[in-house]
Design a protein around this ligand. Sequence first.
Ligand SMILES: [Mn+2]
Length: 249
Amino acid sequence: MKNVVIGDIHGCAAEFEGLLDRVIDRVGSSGLRVRLVGDLLTKGPDPAGVVRTITRCRELDLDLHAVCGNHDLRLYAAMARVRRGLPAARLPRVERETIERLADDDAFEAAWSLLTETVDRITTTAGSATVMHAGIRPGLGISGTSPHDLVHLKARDGESPWWDDYEGTDGLLVVGHKPMGEPLRIVRDGRPIVVNVDTGCAAGGRLTAYIVEDDAFVSVEARRAPRATPAITIEAIAVSTPRPSRLAV
Ligand SMILES: [Mn+2]
């Protein structure tokens, strides 16, 4: 039995599939449990691909689920508005673009059911580790930290991150939410007590998995450059034909 925790996917479907392949090559799929730290769909190029990959994994009987990320909550709220008939045009840009991509790929309803399930799961376990999106308040422990903080906690500029004060009382905690150049692994008394698997895939970094029993990381590089000003060429303009969104606006 192996437990694997995968970082913030943010709509990077190709990297997600590539990383799952690498993990399965290494540990096999039999008895594999995959946990996702949340922030599944927004920002990246292919949210529908992420939904399809999750669906396919489950059809193959892979035990896979996600905890709720702050972006999952935001997208869920935006999709709830669209389902009630409110115009998508008034949504914040990030959510609107993600919803348009999902709708264009006929994945709106599948994404809705995935998020409906995900937003209710604030923490989960991965073997001996506990997984949440953002972190805990060390003085309060997991049980005393509010669901909002478990999903949103982030150090402001000049503040130290929560894990600086964590002494390991709740065992190994695996989180995402805070993109870092390298995955974070904090060790106390010879064993890991905090792991952060967010290596900024949607911003051109990497997508990272942590194999709990092996205490090891597996990563794949992001396949695209960081989102910047798009390099519009005359050729690209000439071949692009605007397609109407399937969303009611
Ligand atoms: Mn986040």
